[in-house]
Design a protein around this ligand. Structure first.
Ligand code: FES
Ligand SMILES: [Fe+2]
Length: 411
């Protein structure tokens, strides 16, 4: 074994250590594209509600691969590579729209909404001159088609035939938590994108990390939205790749561990000038005020009080990640409920009262570990294994991520 491969072996401690080269190596990044995004995983594409009509399309990404998602004339969803069979140009330049066919702007080759090549400009040449040979088969380089699966109005795609059915992939416990939020038809409210100066896995770890929420996010703990003494738990499923964490509203008034420990996040007597910001409705009826859920490799579902959103985590290079947020409510919402959701949407997003700090924290790790590729992070909160837990003082779902990741990467 060469020195290079030796130093790139996973630490002997297993899931309780994560080597920093995993966030830094170009070679790892390239292999992730092949083994994870173009391998046997389900990649989140967006909400079905984004494509309500026949002919609707959107463009997005599966890893770095650009894709087009369409609803065809038969009403079926399709996903194919956004790459022209001819010389590889993007087929579709718009982020969304409605169309009957897709025409590549470079030399006008045309495609139907299933991604089939339907026309080659001047294929027979002009006045008997030029054109393609009789036996040319340009469809052989046609954009690859992905399998599409929907679950509770969420669209996923995979290039692999080996990817298990979507619900099995997510796992039954986490699938039930998706159903809980996606309980009825949704209405889109809007969205935003955010660029993170860190590797995609640092963000995915952050969302799965239940331990940081009340310590990093002062807004959470100061206004008692999420403190670790509140009742809650973590469910890990899908061979470690999926998780859902949840918090119940009422905190135990008998004690305040944060003040006792003199933490930065103790309240310090602050109060909101506009407390209506935090008024919420128990619309699902189970007293869960906060649920954060992930599905490997890039899906996040958020319920923070009445602020509902999906997030898509897109890798854009070793040290850069794009986060696409789509906020939604239910089609049955009245104007008051929509306003409440919009108000609470201020908690999240690039400048959200809560999530603003996540973007910073993942960048701090990327920068802090820049000279320590041979060292590892220490992930032993809640033990060294992966299982569901009633405590959120645990890194069990972070270890779950690495369990799934290592399986795909053969590490
Ligand atoms: S690259 Fe698309 S038609 Fe030439
Ligand atoms: Fe966070």
């Amino acid at each position: 074994m060469s020195a290079v491969t030796e130093s790139r072996a996973w630490p002997a401690e297993g899931l309780a250590r994560v080597p920093y080269w995993i966030y830094q190596d170009e070679d790892v990044y390239r292999r992730e594209q092949e083994h994870i995004y173009r391998g046997d995983t389900w990649n989140f594409l967006g909400l079905e509600a984004e494509l309500p009509e026949k002919g609707d399309f959107k463009t997005t990404f599966v890893g770095e691969m650009p894709v087009v998602v369409t609803r065809d004339e038969g009403g079926a969803l399709n996903c194919f590579e956004n790459r022209c069979a001819h010389r590889g140009a993007l087929l579709c330049l718009k982020s969304r729209g409605n169309t009957k066919e897709i025409t590549c702007i470079y030399h006008n080759w045309t495609y139907d909404l299933e991604g089939n090549l339907t026309g080659v400009a001047f294929r027979r040449g002009v006045r008997g001159q030029g054109g393609m040979p009789e036996d040319a088969k340009p469809e052989s380089e046609a954009p690859r088609k992905l399998r599409v699966a929907t679950f509770c109005g969420l669209m996923f795609a995979t290039l692999s035939e080996a990817t298990p059915p979507i619900e099995q992939y997510i796992g039954p416990e986490v699938a039930a938590k998706i159903r809980r939020v996606m309980k009825e038809p949704v209405r889109l409210l809007g969205g935003y994108t955010q660029v993170l100066q860190s590797n995609w896995k640092l963000y995915f770890e952050n969302v799965k990390d239940t331990y940081h929420a009340s310590l990093l996010h002062l807004f959470f703990s100061t206004f008692r939205l999420n403190r670790l003494e509140q009742k809650g738990g973590v469910v890990v499923g899908g061979e470690g790749g999926s998780h859902a964490s949840f918090t119940m509203m009422k905190s135990d008034p008998s004690g305040d561990e944060y003040e006792r420990a003199g933490m930065r996040s103790a309240s310090g007597g602050y109060a909101l000038e506009a407390p209506q910001m935090l008024e919420s409705v128990d619309e699902i009826g189970d007293g869960v005020t906060l649920q954060i859920l992930t599905v490997f490799p890039g899906f996040v579902l958020q319920q923070i009080m009445n602020s509902l959103a999906v997030r898509q985590v897109l890798p854009k290079g070793v040290r850069r990640t794009e986060l696409v947020w789509t906020c939604f409510g239910y089609a049955s919402d009245d104007a008051r409920m929509t306003e409440l959701r919009m108000k609470q949407a201020n908690l999240v997003g690039p400048a959200g009262y809560i999530s603003l700090e996540d973007g910073a924290a993942t960048g701090f790790v990327q920068r802090g570990a820049a000279g320590a590729s041979e060292r590892s992070s220490f992930v032993e909160m809640g033990g060294r294994t992966v299982e569901s837990n009633e405590s959120r003082v645990t890194e069990t779902s972070v270890r779950g991520l690495w369990q799934q990741y290592r399986r795909h990467m053969g590490l």
